[in-house]
Design a protein around this ligand. Structure first.
Ligand SMILES: CC(C)(COP(=O)(O)OP(=O)(O)OC[C@H]1O[C@@H](n2cnc3c(N)ncnc32)[C@H](O)[C@@H]1OP(=O)(O)O)[C@@H](O)C(=O)NCCC(=O)NCCS
Length: 179
């Protein structure tokens, strides 16, 4: 059973080591999530320290999935947006340890992020993901709308060019459609 919760800034700092392990594991597996190989847990430290600061500033909401008390997955909602986008959030860094995949953690993380976004009135969500990645298939399964593909947008950890697919989800439309 996937367990997901929000971390506050203090807990984020306390658990930065586990978060580094998850991110380094995903990069080692070839995921295009912002970093180049080689990228170990130590290299991931500045990134997560920055996230802890962003959590403290209420710019980011950080969700984690746990198994037996250890973090095995995470996702973020970026909510520090311009004054004309108070109803929007950016979904970022959906990451699950390779050893914990296929057990519903990503689905549970996405559900928690969407529920919290809706609770805060952030009903337009946007993300981008590597075209052809397992994540791309998951977002479609979870009802996100594909906007389009930007070729050669980023690099894979090994240096090859990687296209990105943009997605959005309008939670208001979903709620209206479900009503
Ligand atoms: C993408 C990722 C987060 C999925 O995590 P996960 O915990 O294995 O996913 P889940 O078990 O929750 O699966 C969610 C759904 O996607 C489906 N799915 C899982 N892996 C899949 C794959 N490789 N291809 C197609 N569908 C897949 C599942 O069947 C499930 O659908 P269902 O609930 O309707 O059966 C994980 O593979 C990962 O961390 N990848 C590397 C990092 C990355 O690329 N992140 C995306 C950044 S935008």
């Amino acid at each position: 059973m996937a367990m997901v919760r929000l971390l506050d800034a203090r807990e984020t700092e306390a658990r930065v080591g586990e978060l580094c392990t998850v991110l380094a594991d995903c990069v080692a597996g070839g995921a295009s999530v912002g970093f180049m190989a080689p990228y170990g847990p130590t290299e991931a430290l500045p990134f997560w320290q920055g996230v802890a600061q962003a959590v403290a500033q209420e710019a980011v909401l950080l969700f984690v999935a746990e198994e037996e008390g250890r973090i095995v997955g995470t996702v973020q909602l970026g909510i520090a947006l311009p004054p004309n986008q108070p109803h929007r959030a950016d979904l970022k860094k959906l990451l699950v340890l390779e050893a914990a995949r296929g057990r519903g953690h990503a689905r549970a993380l996405m559900a928690a992020a969407e529920t919290e976004a809706a609770r805060r009135g952030r009903f337009v969500l946007v993300l981008d993901t590597a075209t052809g990645s397992p994540a791309e298939a998951i977002y479609e399964r979870l009802g996100w709308q594909r906007v389009g593909i930007i070729p050669d947008y980023a690099l894979y950890p090994d240096g090859r060019y990687c296209a990105t697919t943009l997605f959005y989800k309008n939670l208001g439309t979903v709620a209206t459609a479900a009503a």
